[in-house]
Design a protein around this ligand. Structure first.
Ligand SMILES: Nc1ncnc2c1ncn2[C@@H]1O[C@H](COP(=O)(O)OP(=O)(O)OP(=O)(O)O)[C@@H](O)[C@H]1O
Length: 259
């Protein structure tokens, strides 16, 4: 079930370094939220804090609150591994498991998670996930071939299939198209559009046209000043952000005057 995320007064540190300060935002369920902003302003850092990936870096920590459908993500009773299962992540470079077949790549997360599954159940998950990732027709006759034998765009869709196979509540995407050609990018953008009927999606992108095309809401991050932490400058409906933003810095960034 797709979930909403409420972030309040979020500060994110790498050791003593305060990378991002004072983020407040709401990410709506069953919608696409894009994070944009110049390099180094903390988009990926905020994204990783949303499924507790940030804390795998030694010394990294967060302060503030992240609530996922009313449940505190950083509550001491919450198991971070369980969080990463429910809030999936797709990375910049497609990263299928190199020695595994297409079939086994899709099931990798399910196998880590759970009990033994019957073959028919596994087949059903593989087909549903590959269909969900718009890859089924291209690979259905070679499911036992290595995932690495696919094109870059197909590999990224395979990674999306792997992420959705465990039926996460939220899908985080960190520049998922930056290593892809325009045709594969367009396939992933179509897919994002379809997936939002089931999942809450957050995407970091450097491509403003992409943010405008795929997202319902956009958050613009920027550094407070050189050497200062990143902050969320403005978050609004994407249409408004790209036509009539509230903040001057958003306007300047979107119109290409900096960044
Ligand atoms: N593992 C890390 N250890 C220490 N500092 C880090 C680490 N990762 C990121 N940072 C710092 O945190 C700040 C925010 O980085 P982050 O990667 O989140 O920015 P970004 O907006 O996603 O940038 P880009 O668009 O270039 O990917 C930067 O100052 C960066 O140097």
């Amino acid at each position: 079930m797709a979930k909403s995320i409420d972030v309040s007064d979020l500060d994110i540190y790498y050791g003593d370094f305060l990378a991002v300060q004072g983020v407040n935002m709401t990410i709506k369920a069953r919608s696409v939220t894009a994070f944009i902003g110049p390099s180094g302003c903390g988009k990926s850092t905020v994204l990783r804090s949303l499924n507790r990936m940030h804390e795998v870096i030694p010394g990294a920590r967060v302060e503030g609150k992240i609530m996922v459908d009313g449940q505190s993500l950083y509550d001491p009773s919450i198991d971070p591994v369980a969080v990463r299962r429910q809030i999936g992540m797709v990375f910049q470079r497609p990263n299928p498991f190199p020695t595994m077949s297409i079939y086994d790549n899709v099931l990798a997360g399910n196998r880590l998670n759970s009990k033994r599954m019957k073959k028919a159940e596994q087949d059903a998950i593989v087909e549903k996930s590959l269909r969900g990732a718009n890859l089924w027709n291209e690979v259905k006759d070679r499911l036992n071939k290595p995932g690495m034998g696919l094109s870059g765009g197909q590999q990224q869709r395979l990674c999306i299939a792997r992420a959705i196979a465990v039926e996460p509540q939220v899908l985080l995407m960190d520049e998922p198209c930056s290593a892809l050609d325009p045709i594969s990018t367009s396939a992933i953008e179509d897919l994002i559009h379809e997936l939002k009927s089931e999942f809450t999606i957050v995407i970091v992108t450097h491509n403003m046209q992409q943010a405008a095309r795929v997202s319902d809401d956009t958050g613009f991050f920027n550094l407070k000043a050189a050497g200062q932490p990143g902050q969320l400058v403005e978050m609004n409906a994407t249409k408004k952000m790209f036509s009539n933003p509230d903040n001057e810095a958003t306007e300047a960034y979107i119109s290409g005057r900096f960044g």
